[in-house]
Design a protein around this ligand. Structure first.
Ligand code: GCW
Length: 695
């Protein structure tokens, strides 16, 4: 332990309220600090020292409140936010009408292209004066424009001559909380649930901070409860509590949604069936939906996990997913609500290859879902693994509104103990070409609705937020919440750009440190793949908690979904044969992908063992056998973890002591874990190679 680290440790022990606690990560990336660069400070004072937010209403008040806090901190003096256009230079924020009335729209772009949420942020010269103008068509768009400006200022960017137009590419950008009523969070690693159901409808200041954080990256919806849904969430008591949260979130442009348990008409309504075609069932849902909209007029809709992992669903009644989803869709449509129907199903009676199940159940239903029904598909065909090829449904349901579900909480990627920045993984999926409609039919274009001309679009992220002081557990997990929002808004942003923004808001402006942290973040996902599941391996984590390695559990019994089921290591080789000689999952992809992945010679290394079972002496393109290459990748994973540790240590003087220490300790644990992964996996594979049964 370095002397500085030791000192912090001691201080934390002795003086729990010492100033160092100020950097506990609770401010997230909205960590407004005084601009230290004097010429920049002067520029900011000139540009935004005089501020007016035109108009009124809850969202406008939210803009004012944010600006007051942020600008006062950044400029280092109390700023008052007026409501009339400044007579000299200054910042003016308003909707089209108010800006027009102030005579400021002449040189601004056409507002009709901005939609409801897009904004313009532009420097406007008028006579002798210069205004920085943020404008849009709705009060919420002003909030987005404001956060854009504040992001630039936090990053110490030049704002003297701005000309930005920003419109979200995806309409519904939702978080999915897997939070239970008792305060536990399924796959939550950052404390208990943020929602205090006991205390609600009484609210607390953290709810508002959550809304600020979400709005600052453009997240505009949140599903409050677990997809493994408890019917209690739909009782009047809980709806009143939900309405209280909705009231806090509304000014920030965030709509609330709930999951609904499909058999609620039975469990809550006392009916004998939940058959979606039964008139009494339909009437029950109608009544419940009306009750919800009476309390929450802008309720977003229901997210449903049906006929999946023990959750009830329409199939009990020999009805299809479309029957179930449409029944609810029809009821929600007049209210403007959506049904998000999950495609996470893997009934292995449908196919022995888990990766094929959802496609087989859902693809034939294309064209049968109503317009306000979204089929919500995980990024990959199995389950949030460190690497999977994209889900084949993305190229298979052009007539269906497909939404994508990403997992921000890193269930299978070291949870809140490992530093893994997820943007590169999400970009990999979004940028993948499905070839559904010829070259360039990327997954991003499928889900933003442009490929198949859908009227709306959806992306969901399983939240990593809890009630712990730094919200996400690992200080770097905040970057994943941030990146989800930024990519949901604009999937053309690069992982590097997003990391850079986040670092400059969260850690420091020092260029060298920014670069170092950015590189560390951007390589972290590949590092994780290397020490966990290289070359297309998957799902060899401990059954249940999904944290450490457990490739050998039940090896050799050949039944259902054990880790051995996934890696198939044995004397003859390793990998899951999904070629036409095996499960033929490759056929769920369009040409040329199916041909490229079918052929072991053209299948990319990163998917080799996902699509192929190869002998241990299989020659990789780099001349290694697959066994040698596996060893090399695990070694690389371990040495890259050690490099991350060393790199972080080199930043000690650049980072506040408290967060430095938290990250140091976590990186140490990550390195130790990577070694355990390497040893456990290689031992089991080696034993399998020689035909031994592994424990
Ligand atoms: O990733 C798996 C998790 C389950 C989860 C399920 C799902 C909410 O292990 O905890 O349940 O997926 O996505 O429904």
């Amino acid at each position: 332990m370095s002397p500085k680290t030791f000192f912090v440790f001691l201080t934390l022990l002795i003086f729990p309220l010492n100033l160092v606690l100020a950097e506990d990560g609770s401010e997230l990336w909205l960590r407004y600090r005084k601009e230290e660069n004097l010429s920049r400070l002067a520029q900011y004072q000139g540009a935004v020292g005089d501020v007016a937010v035109l108009g009124s209403g809850p969202s406008v008040d939210a803009v004012r409140a944010e600006l007051k806090v942020a600008l006062s901190a950044i400029l280092g003096k109390e700023i008052s936010v007026g409501s009339a256009c400044p007579s000299g230079n200054g910042l003016v924020i308003g909707t089209k009408e108010s800006l027009t009335a102030a005579g400021l729209t002449a040189s601004l772009p056409d507002f009709s292209k901005l939609g409801e949420e897009g904004y313009v942020l532009q420097t406007v010269r008028q006579g002798e004066h210069q205004y920085l103008v943020a404008g849009g068509n709705s009060a919420v768009s002003l909030l987005y424009g404001t956060f854009d400006l504040l992001r630039r200022m936090q990053a110490s960017d030049d704002i003297s001559n701005l000309k930005t137009v920003s419109v979200p590419k995806i309409a519904h950008r939702y978080l999915n909380h897997w939070d239970n009523i008792n305060g536990s969070v399924e796959r939550g690693y950052a404390g208990r649930s943020l929602w205090n159901w006991q205390e609600l409808p009484k609210t607390n200041s953290r709810y508002r901070d959550y809304a600020r954080a979400c709005a600052s990256v453009g997240i505009n919806g949140t599903v409050l409860n677990n997809v493994n849904s408890q019917v209690e969430s739909l009782t009047q008591d809980y709806l009143v509590k939900t309405a209280a949260l909705a009231d806090v979130f509304r000014p920030y442009g965030i709509r609330v949604m709930l999951t609904a348990r499909f058999n609620a008409p039975m469990a809550l309504g006392g009916l004998k069936t939940a058959d979606p075609r039964d008139p009494e069932v339909i009437a029950w849902w109608e009544k419940k939906t009306n009750e919800i909209y009476n309390l929450i007029p802008d309720f977003g809709g229901f997210l449903i996990k049906a006929s999946s992992e023990g959750q009830p669903g329409p199939q009990t009644y020999k009805a299809t997913h479309a029957d179930g989803a449409n029944m609810l869709g029809k009821i929600l449509a007049p209210h403007g609500g959506l049904v998000m129907w999950r495609a996470f199903v893997y009934d292995m009676k449908i196919d022995k290859d888990r990766a094929k199940c959802a496609y087989k159940e859902f693809a034939p239903l294309d064209g049968q879902f109503l317009e306000n029904v979204v089929v919500q598909v995980k990024n990959g065909p199995i389950d949030f693994q460190p690497r999977e090829p994209f889900h084949p449904l993305f190229g298979a349901m052009p007539k269906t509104l497909l939404g994508m579900e990403l997992q921000i909480t890193k269930e299978y990627l070291g949870q809140s103990k490992h530093l893994v920045y997820l943007a590169p993984m999400w970009k990999e999926v979004l940028d993948s070409d499905t070839f559904a409609n010829g070259t360039g039919s990327t997954v991003a274009k499928v889900i933003d609705g442009t490929l198949d001309k859908h009227r709306t679009s959806v992306i969901a992220g399983v939240a990593n937020v809890g009630n712990g002081p730094n919200w996400c557990g690992h200080p770097f997990d905040q970057a994943n919440w941030y990146a989800f929002g930024r990519l949901a808004w604009d999937h053309d942003l690069t992982s590097e750009q997003i990391a850079e923004e986040w670092i400059r808001c969260t850690w420091t402006h020092d260029p060298q440190t920014v670069r170092t942290i950015r590189e560390l973040m951007c390589s972290s996902r590949e590092t994780c793949v290397n020490y966990m599941v290289p070359l297309g391996l998957a799902h060899i984590m401990v059954t249940g908690n999904h944290y450490g390695p457990q490739p050998g559990l039940n090896a050799g019994n050949g039944s259902s979904v054990t880790p051995q089921y996934y890696h198939r290591a044995g004397p003859d080789g390793i990998g899951f044969d999904r070629s036409s000689k095996g499960s033929n999952a490759v056929a769920e992809y369009h040409a040329p992908l199916c041909d490229q992945w079918e052929n072991v010679k053209t299948c990319p290394d990163q998917y080799l063992l996902w699509f192929h079972h190869v002998p241990w002496n299989f020659q990789m393109s780099n001349g290694h056998t697959v066994w040698e290459e596996l060893q090399r990748r695990y070694d690389l994973g371990v040495s890259d973890c050690e490099k991350m540790e060393a790199t972080w240590q080199s930043l000690e003087s650049k980072i506040d002591a408290q967060r430095f220490l938290v990250v140091s300790n976590k990186l140490k644990e990550q390195s130790a874990n990577a070694k355990i992964w390497r040893k456990t996996c290689l031992d089991v594979f080696q034993a399998s190679m020689s035909g031994e049964k592994t424990p």
